[in-house]
Ligand binder design. Structure first.
Ligand SMILES: Cc1cc2nc3c(=O)[nH]c(=O)nc-3n(C[C@H](O)[C@H](O)[C@H](O)COP(=O)(O)O)c2cc1C
Length: 350
């Protein structure tokens, strides 16, 4: 896409005007307080970056004690977190960006230390092949209903904290993806087996979050982040995920965010389409649903080659908040990225 178009205002679903098509990719900075409360460093991180993007997505806010992915992540698991989240939404709004809270359940990609003793839950009792993970307990139907309710409750808290939307973290091998993948979902009930059954948890939760959002704050944005395929033999294929994406589009989500390693990556699980970029295949499949593309974006060259409706940037923003200014005008000085200094509340003008 042309650089000027990326830096021009964008109408998301003809409803919300964003200052540009840039997205601060969800980044779990593990900089929150021990109990998951928002820290001054969280505020400082987003204050420095929100002024450059249309959407600022807070990465991996965990929805319950069993849902955390890593030490130091942000929590939206109970009402005591709302005040800190309010400060975060305020900082982002002061920067001129919309504020999106990414909601996560780790599923089996965690351990009892990170969860401080809460049980590790997953579709089936299958340990993940990598990471510091514990053997999970297979979720009962009551557990499934409880987790769906926790996503609803987290959505209400995000609304109470003043966020503009939530993003369901269906990517990077966390719980939603574990239900989709035949390697992690060995269930024999209506949540496992056929594609229709593996989609059920993702679709039910999304519908309940959408209904909750509509009931509490019409116009509240609901997005979904997805990893389009897995690489191990017998794992989740692009074809299966495309069906899920179409279902999510029909349910009425506001955007789909593709978690890619490389913005122009092609598929390795779908031979018939292996010449095409995943971003283009997805766009064909979901029609008008806005698609966010990510993966090694941040140079003029990459943006001009990339396709998608919005563009999420992670590493570049981590290293240098003002990379957009520098890309457009190489004479501009970099901003300090010193992380040791903490800004006092008073200078945040909350
Ligand atoms: C430190 C770090 C933390 C991340 N945390 C999350 C996260 O919480 N949620 C998520 O969906 N992706 C997360 N990602 C992935 C990024 O959102 C992004 O997709 C990835 O970094 C590729 O984009 P990039 O090449 O611009 O960095 C994280 C990446 C990094 C480097």
């Amino acid at each position: 896409m042309k650089i000027d178009q990326i830096f021009s205002p964008y109408e998301l679903n003809k409803r919300v005007t964003l200052r540009n098509r840039l997205v601060l990719a969800p980044l779990n900075m593990q900089s929150s307080l021990f109990d998951g409360s928002v820290s001054l460093n969280d505020l400082k991180f987003h204050k420095a970056r929100a002024k450059y993007v249309g959407l600022d997505v807070i990465g991996s806010a965990y929805i319950s004690d069993s849902a955390n992915t890593a030490y130091g992540a942000i929590s939206v698991a109970d009402d005591s977190k709302i005040d800190g989240l309010k400060k975060l939404a305020t900082v982002i709004h002061q920067g001129g960006s919309k504020a999106i809270l990414q909601l996560v359940h780790a599923g089996r990609m965690t351990n009892e230390y990170v969860l401080k003793g809460a049980p590790v839950l997953a579709p089936s009792e299958v340990r993940a092949a990598h990471g510091e993970v514990d053997l999970p307990k297979a979720m009962t139907k009551t557990d499934i209903e409880t987790v769906i309710h926790q996503f609803e409750a987290a959505t209400v808290r995000a609304i109470q904290a003043g966020f503009d939307g939530v993003e369901l973290h269906g990517a990077n091998t966390f719980l939603f993806q574990q239900f989709m993948s035949p390697l992690s979902n060995l269930r024999t009930d209506e949540y496992g087996g056929s594609l229709e059954n593996r989609i059920r948890f993702c679709a039910q939760t999304t519908k309940r979050v959408l209904d909750t959002a509509r009931a509490h704050k019409p116009g509240f944005i609901v997005g979904y982040r997805i990893s389009p395929e897995e690489f191990e033999p017998g794992a989740l294929k692009l074809g299966d995920d495309l069906v899920l994406m179409q279902v999510l589009g029909k349910l009425g989500i506001d955007y789909l965010s593709l978690s890619l390693r490389q913005y122009d990556q092609t598929s390795i699980t779908c031979d018939a389409l292996s010449d095409l970029r995943i971003a283009d295949i997805v766009k064909q499949a979901v029609g008008d649903l806005p698609v966010i593309v990510s993966g090694h974006l941040g140079t003029q060259f990459a943006f001009e080659r990339a396709s998608g409706d919005m563009f999420a940037v992670g590493t570049k923003f981590l290293k240098q908040p003002n990379w957009p200014g520098q890309m457009r005008n190489p004479g501009i000085q970099p901003e300090s990225t010193v992380t040791g200094t903490v800004i006092p509340y008073t200078t945040l003008n909350l």
